[in-house]
Design a protein around this ligand. Structure first.
Ligand code: BGC
Length: 742
C-alpha cells in the first residue's frame, strides 16, 4: 500500500479539521493503516518507489513549485490559491498553528497534493530560549545541548513546525562577525560534536515521530570566514583549511544524519556557495553520499548576479540547480525560469527530478504524507529547567581575585548597576522571535534570592549603546551605599547575529565610562557580561575583582547568573573561542600553525611591538570556585601501530574546598608532517564532576585515524611523533609524547 499516494489523493479527508464522528473513525483507521504502512514503506526502496509515482504525475511547473520556498505571513486568499496548485513546496517563519493546518489541508487536497514542509529558525530554543549557540558551546556538554534541542523541537512541533534552519556550524575566528553568536566557536571538533548533539536533539529517534523536526546544517560553507568579519563578505579558503577546519563540522553533521543543508551567502574562492558544484556536488553528494535536500539561503540564488557569477535570474537558476541547490528560499528564479531553461535545453530536466526527489524523500521521511499529529508542547517547567541548567553550565568565570565570588550572606548590600541587569529582550539574544515572556533577569533573580531590601538597582545607562551620562551620579551613589557593586554590561541583542558585524570590539556606548564612575566609590566591583561575541574589555577587568562571562543566556539566564554569584553553583563553562586582547590580533585562534620564527625574546620573531601575541583568554579557558590540578599522565604505549589506538589518561584532582565540574580537554600535536600541522588540536573533552578533595582518572582512547588530516581531498594519517596534553585549557596540561609507526 502506498500511503503517500493514497494520502495525497485523499488529503481533504485526512486534513479536515472539523470532521464528523464517522470521518473521525475513518481517520483513525487510516492513521493506523498509515502507521503500519509507514513502517513497511520506510525502506529506502519503497520511498524511492513512492517518489517515482509522485514524479510521474507532476507537471514541470509543479516540480518547480516543490523547489520553491516562501516566507509565510498569514494565509491570504492568493496564498491559498497558490498552495492549492502546488506553487510552494515549503513555507517558513510564520503562520499560526491553525493557519498551517489549513494550508496543509489545501496542499494535500489540491493538485499535485504534496504536503508542505513548514520551516522556522529555531536556533536556541523556541518559546523558552536557551543560551545563544556560542554560549551553549561554552558548556562543552553535548548531552545537555541535545536535551535543549529536543525541548525546542517539541515546542516547535507543537506549533506545526517540521523543520528548523539549525544548527549553524560555521567556524568563526573573527569576533567582528555578528553571527559568531550563532556559531559553536572556533574549533571544528567541538563544533562538530555539538552540532551532532543538536541534530540528534532536533531529529529525535526517528524523523517521522510527531515531535521530531528536521535539522539543517548551515551555512554551507565557509560563511564564518567572511573577510574582515563583515557579514556576507567573500571568503578565501585553501582546500586544506576548507577540509580540515570549515567542512569538518558539516561532515560530522552529515554522519549524524542531518536531514537538510543550507547553502551559504558568501562566495568561496570566487564561486558563490549557492552555485558551487565543488562543495555541493563533489563533496556533499559524491564524497559524503548526502541524500537529503539543500535549501538556498534567503535569496542567495539571484544574489549570484551581484556576485558577478550569473548574468540574470535565469542564469542564476540554472547555476543553482546544476550545482545541486534543490530548493530556493524566497526568490523565484527557479519557478520563473525553469520552464524556459528546460524548453531551450539549457537545463537537463533530470536535474529537476533529482532535486524534487531529494525534497520528497525528506518529506516522506518526516511522515508528512500521513496525518502527522501535532504533539503537545513540553511542560513549561521542564523547558525552563533545561534552559537554566544550560545557562548555568555556559557561564565562564574569567577572573576571581581574592575569591570575591561567590558572594556570601556577609556580603551585605548589593548595588546592581548596568544596562544588562534587567533587559529581558536583550538577554535572550539574537533569533528569539517566538520567545515566551517571563524572562528571569539577573535583577529579578537577585532580588528574589537576597530580598529586595539588600538590592539597590540603578541602570546607569538605558541600554548598552546609550552614551548619555545622566544616570552616572545615581549609579555612583548606589555603589557608595553598597558593600559590593555588581555591574551587568555587554551588548544589546541587536548588536550580534545576522547583519550585525562590528568594527570595534570594545564595549558599546558609555559603558566603560560608567565603570570608571562606579569605580570611584571604591566598593569592590564584580562585572557580569551578557554579550553575543567576545569583546575587548581589558581596562574594565583591571578595575573589577571578578569577571563572569554569561553570553546572551536566554530565558532563565538571570537565575543561573544569580546562582553562580551567590555560590549555589560554581561556574564551569570554558571558552569555545579565543578572546583577543585587542582587535588588532584578530583573527586569533588556538589551532594555528607555528611560524619559522615563533614569538620569543629576539626582535626578529613573529610578534607585535605593542601587545603580546597571546589572547586575553585562550580557547578552553574558564575558572571555578574550586581548584583543579592535573597530574600523572599515562599512555597505554609509547608506540602505536597505524590503524591501532592508544589510551591516554591523567589524574584530575579537586584540591579546592567545594564540589564542582571541570572540563578536561585532550589536545594533540603532530610534530612533523608532510604539511605543517597546528600547534594543538582538540581531540577529546569530558565534563567531570569532582567532590572537594576527590581525584578522578580521565581517560581518552584515540584511534590513529582520528589524528588524520586532509591533504587536499585525501584524508591521511601519517606515522611520526606526536605530543599530547590533557589539561584545563588550550595552553596548559600534563603532557606525553608518542609515536605512530607504520
Ligand atoms: C539567514 C539564515 C536563515 C534564513 C531564514 C537568512 O537571512 O542567513 O540563517 O535561516 O535567513 O530566516
Amino acid at each position: 500500500m502506498e500511503c503517500a499516494t493514497f494520502a495525497g489523493k485523499n488529503g481533504g479527508q485526512f486534513g479536515n479539521l472539523h470532521a464528523k464522528p464517522t470521518a473521525i473513525m475513518f481517520r483513525i483507521i487510516c492513521l493506523w493503516l498509515c502507521a503500519i504502512s509507514a513502517i513497511w514503506a520506510a525502506t529506502p526502496a519503497e520511498i524511492e518507489k513512492t517518489i517515482d509515482g509522485l514524479l510521474a504525475r507532476m507537471t514541470l511547473q509543479e516540480k518547480l513549485g516543490q523547489m520553491s520556498q516562501n516566507a509565510m505571513t498569514g494565509l491570504s486568499s492568493e496564498l491559498k490559491e497558490e498552495i492549492r496548485r502546488g506553487r510552494w513546496g515549503s513555507l517558513f517563519n510564520g503562520g499560526t498553528l491553525a493557519e498551517k493546518a489549513e494550508a496543509q489541508q489545501l496542499a494535500r487536497s489540491g493538485k499535485p497534493g504534496i504536503p508542505l514542509i513548514f520551516g522556522q529558525d529555531v536556533i536556541h530554543g523556541y518559546k523558552i530560549i536557551v543560551p545563544i549557540p556560542l554560549g551553549q558551546a561554552a558548556s562543552w556538554n553535548p548531552e545537555l545541548i541535545r536535551q535543549a534541542a529536543r525541548m525546542a523541537a517539541r515546542e516547535a512541533a507543537a506549533d506545526g513546525i517540521h523543520w528548523t534552519f539549525a544548527p549553524m556550524m560555521d567556524i568563526a575566528r573573527d569576533p567582528r562577525w555578528g553571527r559568531i553568536a550563532e556559531s559553536l566557536g572556533e574549533d571544528p571538533y567541538l563544533a562538530g560534536e555539538l552540532a551532532m548533539a543538536m541534530v540528534r536533539g532536533f531529529q529525535g529517534e526517528s524523523l517521522s515521530a510527531p515531535d521530531s523536526i528536521a535539522a539543517c546544517a548551515k551555512h554551507y560553507v565557509g560563511y564564518g570566514a567572511a573577510e574582515a568579519g563583515r557579514d556576507y563578505n567573500s571568503t578565501w579558503i585553501p582546500e586544506t583549511v576548507l577540509r580540515n577546519i570549515y567542512l569538518e563540522p558539516f561532515r560530522m553533521a552529515r554522519e549524524s544524519g542531518v536531514a537538510t543543508f543550507m547553502s551559504a551567502f558568501n562566495s568561496l574562492n570566487g564561486i558563490p556557495a549557492s552555485g558551487n558544484e565543488f562543495t555541493l556536488r563533489e563533496v556533499l553528494r559524491r564524497e559524503w553520499g548526502f541524500d537529503g535536500f539543500v535549501v538556498s539561503d534567503y535569496t542567495s540564488i539571484p544574489e549570484m548576479i551581484q556576485h558577478g557569477f550569473a548574468a540574470n535570474p535565469k542564469d542564476a537558476a540554472r547555476k543553482g540547480i546544476e550545482s545541486g541547490v534543490d530548493m530556493e528560499m524566497v526568490s523565484t528564479s527557479y519557478y520563473d525560469s525553469g520552464p524556459a531553461l528546460v524548453a531551450s535545453k539549457q537545463l537537463d530536466p533530470k536535474l529537476i527530478d533529482q532535486s524534487v526527489r531529494n525534497i520528497l524523500r525528506v518529506k516522506l521521511r518526516l511522515g508528512l504524507f500521513e496525518d502527522r499529529p501535532v504533539p503537545p508542547p513540553p511542560p513549561d517547567a521542564e523547558a525552563r529547567s533545561v534552559a537554566q541548567r544550560l545557562a548555568a553550565e555556559s557561564l565562564v568565570l574569567l577572573k576571581n581575585e581574592g575569591n570575591i565570588l561567590p558572594l556570601t550572606a556577609k556580603s551585605g548590600r548589593v548595588a546592581v548597576i548596568g544596562p544588562m541587569a534587567d533587559s529581558p529582550d536583550n538577554q535572550v539574544g539574537t533569533w528569539a522571535m517566538n520567545a515566551a515572556g517571563n524572562v528571569v533577569t539577573p535583577l529579578a533573580a537577585l532580588r528574589e534570592r537576597l530580598g529586595a531590601d539588600r538590592v539597590v538597582w540603578i541602570p546607569g545607562l538605558r541600554d548598552t549603546r546609550d552614551r548619555t551620562r545622566s544616570g552616572f551620579e545615581t549609579a555612583l551613589q548606589a555603589a557608595r551605599s553598597a558593600d559590593v557593586s555588581l555591574l551587568f554590561l555587554g551588548e544589546d541583542a541587536s548588536l550580534s547575529g545576522e547583519a550585525a558585524s562590528r568594527a570595534y570590539l570594545d564595549l558599546p556606548g558609555a559603558q566603560e565610562d560608567l565603570v570608571d564612575e562606579v569605580a570611584k566609590a571604591g566598593t569592590p566591583m564584580v562585572v557580569v557580561f551578557l554579550a553575543g561575541r567576545p569583546l575587548t574589555f581589558h581596562s574594565v577587568s583591571e578595575k573589577a575583582r571578578a569577571v563572569l562571562w554569561a553570553w546572551h543566556p536566554g530565558t532563565m539566564g538571570g537565575a543561573a547568573i544569580a546562582d553562580a554569584l551567590l555560590g549555589t553553583i560554581s561556574p564551569s563553562g570554558k571558552l569555545p573561542v579565543s578572546f583577543p586582547r585587542t582587535l588588532g590580533q584578530v583573527p586569533i585562534y588556538y589551532n594555528h600553525l607555528n611560524t619559522g620564527r615563533p614569538p620569543g625574546d629576539d626582535k626578529y620573531t613573529s610578534k607585535y611591538l605593542d601587545v603580546p601575541v597571546t589572547p586575553e583568554y585562550p580557547f578552553g579557558y574558564g575558572l571555578s570556585y574550586t581548584k583543579f590540578t592535573y597530574a600523572n599522565p599515562k599512555l597505554s604505549a609509547a608506540q602505536v601501530k597505524l590503524g591501532g589506538s592508544f589510551t591516554f589518561s591523567a589524574e584530575v584532582s579537586n584540591t579546592g574546598g567545594r564540589d564542582a565540574d571541570e572540563i578536561a580537554q585532550l589536545y594533540v600535536r603532530d610534530l612533523v608532517a608532510s604539511e605543517a600541522r597546528p600547534v594543538r588540536e582538540l581531540k577529546g573533552f569530558r565534563r567531570l564532576h569532582l567532590k572537594a578533595g576527590e581525584t578522578q582518572t580521565v581517560e581518552f582512547t584515540v584511534k590513529t585515524g582520528e589524528l588524520a588530516f586532509y591533504k587536499g581531498a585525501r584524508r591521511v594519517t601519517e606515522p611520526g611523533t606526536f605530543q599530547a596534553w590533557i589539561g584545563p585549557d588550550s595552553t596548559a596540561g600534563v603532557q606525553v609524547q608518542f609515536e605512530i609507526v607504520p
